[in-house]
Design a protein around this ligand. Structure first.
Ligand SMILES: Cc1cc2nc3c(=O)[nH]c(=O)nc-3n(C[C@H](O)[C@H](O)[C@H](O)COP(=O)(O)O)c2cc1C
Length: 118
């Protein structure tokens, strides 16, 4: 995706997610996306249904689904970050629950620091 296309996708996502109280983070790296979505389960599942039907991507998989009493990213809105290919590949290795001992947020922050904000 081009930078303008990414920006348009993110702008749309931020507006929808804010209206539906969904927070999280989206990473893009050389043709691949990884996203964390948090909110009321029903809202998250409805949005995920829309995302799955989006023709701009394919091979959508769920890495992990977790019920938590509160959000990990209440203040993040829909953060969006672009990574270099090698960093994105590294990120994917750190996504599964228990990939390393740190909580997900700590694991992701390393990549946020190395990214370009979208
Ligand atoms: C990787 C990826 C992530 C997306 N994330 C969101 C999101 O968090 N929120 C959102 O509203 N749309 C997101 N979208 C866009 C939706 O897939 C969809 O285009 C949008 O909800 C509009 O759907 P509609 O055409 O059915 O109205 C994402 C799309 C892609 C490709």
């Amino acid at each position: 995706m081009s930078y303008p296309e990414l920006r348009a996708l993110v702008a749309h996502a931020r507006a929808y997610n804010a209206a539906h109280d969904i927070t999280g983070i989206l990473f893009y790296g050389e043709g691949h996306f990884a996203q964390v979505l948090e909110g009321e389960q029903e809202e998250v599942e409805r949005l995920f249904g829309r995302i799955q039907r989006d023709a701009r991507h394919h091979d959508v998989t769920v890495v992990t689904r977790v019920a938590r009493p509160r959000r990990t990213y209440p203040q993040w809105g829909m953060a969006a970050h672009r990574l270099a290919e090698a960093q994105f590949a590294e990120l994917v290795r750190h996504l599964p629950e228990g990939a390393d001992a740190r909580p997900l947020k700590a694991r992701l922050e390393t990549f946020v620091i190395e990214s370009q904000r979208l």
